[in-house]
Design a protein around this ligand. Structure first.
Ligand SMILES: CC(C)(COP(=O)(O)OP(=O)(O)OC[C@H]1O[C@@H](n2cnc3c(N)ncnc32)[C@H](O)[C@@H]1OP(=O)(O)O)[C@@H](O)C(=O)NCCC(=O)NCCS
Length: 408
């Protein structure tokens, strides 16, 4: 079978969206297509075309990704990956991934990130699962924050128009501090605020609770409420999609707000890291329940040396890494990494390596969310020099687990 891979035009975008969505078994409404168009980048949207029909799709967002430092670097956010059921397993995704990776490298993006629908798909293309997330469930009737935790600010409910001005500014401050976060370009905010009925899962429209301290907006919680009354008894569910705090006190204040809203039987905070400090702030820590725990952001180093020297490292150290990249053989080689708290250099060498791994495994290690020890014990890293796995963990580790608050 022959097929062509090419960039779509703006006119073709609605049909291209329908193709990508069909691969997931979805039929988007005109409103949903219009909303997707607000954030998609046409010039980065690729189609596989068979005899004039679109049969496969992928696109990428031009994000700024926060990496350990923290520093913000350009990264491709791969999205809308789909191949029609009529054309699956004929190499179309492979061709799309190859073209997309070449385009990223041309743009000078040393990193790509994505969310995977299924874990076995992306390792072969050099992506590794790099963050772990969960939904947090708490019954607010059984728990409260421990006494004595300071909350100097106040929380205000604002309407959508006010939120449209406040939230992007607060979010941008927040996302720059945490490895794994991506920025939200204006089109993403437009799509997010559009909030169509079909995205509400039977719950209310969004509420926006903004936390203010000394006259400054320091955080916000965006949430919906799902009415659950049974036999005259209240039991609403609060679904928090964003809990964004730029200070420790804002974090406390926003959690306190969420746990104190009346008529709730459950507060759900979605897509959170596993090291949430709220556990240690609760009067009963066991009331924090983790649901839907799994991998979240996958990372690919499109340019191994460029990506390794872009981030900072927790301690000064040197590692010689042998990297295998069958999908992008230009990356295969032995690299000497000299890293520290102020920066790093990385260059190819002919030395004996301390560690060997696939480029997908390096992706898992990159943000500091998965340890080299875990990967080595799982047979994914080979150690050639005693102590090298430990050194890798000291260097790559971060104070706070990396995570991404933005689904794309
Ligand atoms: C996942 C999907 C994009 C794969 O597209 P495709 O064109 O069939 O993939 P390819 O033919 O290029 O497959 C390349 C290789 O990956 C393997 N592969 C592809 N999808 C896989 C999957 N879901 N699970 C396990 N292996 C998979 C193929 O078997 C093939 O292996 P081989 O090279 O050893 O023969 C397509 O099945 C699809 O659209 N699925 C539904 C939507 C979806 O999940 N999209 C991904 C969103 S993140």
């Amino acid at each position: 079978m022959t097929f062509e891979i090419r960039t779509v035009t703006a006119d073709e975008l609605p049909g291209w969206i329908r193709t990508a969505e069909a691969a997931f078994g979805w039929t988007p409404s005109a409103e949903e297509i219009e909303n997707d168009c607000r954030r998609l980048e046409v010039e980065r949207s690729l189609a596989a075309v068979d005899r004039g029909r679109m049969v496969g799709a992928t696109s990428a967002y031009s994000f700024n990704l926060t990496i350990p430092g923290p520093l913000s670097v350009p990264a491709a956010g791969v999205t809308a990956v789909g191949v029609l059921p009529t054309h699956r397993r004929r190499g179309i995704l492979t061709a799309l991934m190859r073209r997309q990776l070449a385009e990223m490298r041309e743009r000078g993006e040393s990193l790509a990130v994505l969310y995977a629908s299924e874990a076995p798909i992306y390792g072969r293309f050099g992506y590794g699962a790099a963050t772990t997330q969960a939904d947090l469930h708490i019954d607010p009737r059984r728990v409260e924050l421990r006494e004595g935790i300071p909350q100097p600010g106040e929380t205000t409910l604002v309407d959508r128009d006010e939120a449209r001005h406040i939230l992007p500014v607060v979010f941008d401050r927040f996302r720059r501090e945490i490895p794994g976060q991506v920025d939200r370009p204006p089109g993403h905010w437009d799509a997010w605020f559009h909030d169509p009925d079909s995205h509400r899962g039977g719950a209310s429209g969004r509420f926006y609770a903004v936390y203010t301290e000394n006259g400054e907006h320091r955080g916000y919680a965006a949430y919906r409420v799902k009415g659950e009354w049974s036999e005259g008894t209240d039991g609403n569910i609060m679904r928090v999609t964003d809990l964004v705090a730029t200070t420790a006190t804002a974090y406390v204040g926003l959690w306190n707000y969420c746990l104190s809203v009346d008529l709730l039987s459950r507060v759900e905070v979605h897509h959170r890291p596993l090291d949430e400090p709220v556990r240690w702030m609760l009067s009963d820590s066991r009331q924090l329940r983790l649901r839907d725990v799994g991998d979240a952001l996958w990372v690919r180093l499109a340019d191994v040396a460029g990506a390794l020297q872009a981030r900072h490292y927790a301690v000064e150290g040197t590692l010689t890494l042998q990297i295998h990249d069958p999908f992008c053989p230009e990356n295969t080689g032995i690299y000497r990494l000299d890293g520290g708290t102020n920066g790093a250099t990385c260059r190819r060498v002919a030395d004996n390596p301390d560690l060997s791994m696939g480029v997908d495994v390096l992706g898992s290690l990159y943000l500091g969310g998965i340890t080299a020890g875990e990967l080595a014990r799982g047979g994914r890293i080979e150690q050639h020099r005693s102590g090298a796995v430990r050194r890798a963990d000291l260097m790559f580790g971060t104070d706070q687990a990396p995570w991404c608050a933005t689904h794309f």
